[in-house]
Design a protein around this ligand. Structure first.
Ligand code: KG4
Ligand code: ZN
Length: 361
């Protein structure tokens, strides 16, 4: 595409980012040059209150709400501005939700005569680490792209994924570990249901855990000593289920027990996440450790990593996505799209499909 190549060579690039892979509809506008970028506007509509009633995301409902919400959000973010390219989450995620974002992006790119960038949602979560603002907070702050040094190790922990990814450079990924069953966030959500807490379970369990004693209810720490970088959370969830059942049968299911089991469960998850992240960082001798995804909002995880990572012999710098960019958002998609566009990876709006099970290599 000639027009796209011309823009690629221009110094400044404006990207419209669109995210709709699960239950958040999000749009962002970002501008960058060769060395830095600025996030100019973001907008988001969450559906969490609607899905709360069902105890989890209902794909059909999510897609319908995305359809109602996405155009007003795009209108609000773009105003009269025209982007140089449109970046959209094309997978992994719920196919009905993904299709709304992908087809909106295709239509916009077609109308504007601009290229389209397909962004992997996990890659987006990795790039959320570049969105941290240094203190003091400055509006429209310029972020330098070379702030994070390679090789980097990314721990991505969300509702659908728990992965350790080695990143040798922009666009160069190698998955070195993943969950063999449930994702960490999924385990938080399922355990929350077991202990009668609302969806999403992560924040609800973290709030309870703050009042509990993590040693009061001993729980397993699955795969802590396995000689790989994989995870498993399904057995831990079942262990919680049995403990809660026992307590209910013996009529000893109290508020204190709920706080304690939340603290113990969180402790098990955090311990194994931190141990494997440290082992992988050491093994690959990385210069940076990146943490993203909804579970990266967990304060216990952030604090434990902040203590453990500086102790490693390779002395990597720890980056954790800012709280508001841990869960799904479009800023990370616009940024990942901007990096790809600069590297010359984009497609025509006529050829872009959604892939619900798209995995990074
Ligand atoms: O990244 P995300 O918004 O969506 C996916 O791509 O899956 O992650 C959502 C997940 C949910 O499972 C939610 O329970 C979890 O992130 N989560 C947390 C916390 N905040 C959100 N888990 C633990 N502690 C938190 N504070
Ligand atoms: Zn996500």
């Amino acid at each position: 595409m000639n027009h796209a190549v011309k823009q690629f060579n221009r110094r400044s690039v404006a990207v419209l980012g669109i995210e709709s892979s699960c239950d958040e509809t999000a749009v962002a506008f970002l501008k960058g040059d060769e060395v830095s970028f600025r996030l100019l506007s973001t907008a988001m509509a969450t559906q969490q209150n609607i899905h709360k009633e069902y105890g989890g995301v209902v794909p059909e409902v999510a897609a319908r709400i995305h359809i109602e919400t996405i155009i007003p959000l795009v209108k609000r973010i773009l105003g009269r501005r025209v982007p140089d390219c449109v970046a959209v989450t094309a997978g992994p995620g719920l196919i009905t939700s993904l299709l709304v974002g992908v087809h909106t992006a295709r239509a916009l790119a077609y109308i504007y005569g601009k290229p389209l960038v397909r962004v992997n949602h996990i890659e987006g979560h990795i790039y959320s680490n570049w969105l941290a603002t240094q203190k003091p907070l400055i509006k429209n702050q310029r972020h330098r792209l070379d702030r994070i040094r390679f090789p980097a190790l990314a721990l991505i922990v969300s509702g659908g994924h728990t992965e350790l990814i080695l990143m040798r450079d922009h666009g160069k990924y190698k998955k070195i570990g993943k969950t063999v069953d449930d994702a960490a966030g999924e385990a938080f959500d399922k355990v929350a249901k077991i202990v009668d807490l609302d969806y999403p379970g992560g924040p609800a369990i973290a709030r309870r855990a703050a009042y509990g004693n993590s040693l009061a209810v001993p729980l397993p720490i699955p795969m802590l000593h396995s000689r790989d970088f994989n995870f498993s959370f399904s057995g831990l969830k079942t262990a919680v289920l049995y403990r809660v059942r026992d307590q209910k049968n013996h009529k000893t299911y109290s508020e204190m027990f709920r706080d304690d089991i939340c603290a113990s469960f969180q402790h098990s998850v955090v311990t194994v996440l931190v141990k494997k992240t440290c082992a992988a960082a050491k093994h690959y001798n990385v210069k940076s450790v990146l943490v993203g995804g909804g579970v990266a909002a967990n304060i216990a995880l952030r604090q434990t990593l902040a203590k453990a990572i500086p102790q490693l012999p390779c002395q990597p710098l720890l980056f954790v996505a800012p709280l508001k960019y841990c869960t799904d958002n479009a800023a990370m998609i616009a940024l990942a799209g901007y990096i790809q566009f600069r590297r010359g990876t984009f497609t025509s709006p006529l050829f872009c499909d959604a892939d619900p099970s798209w995995e990074l290599p």
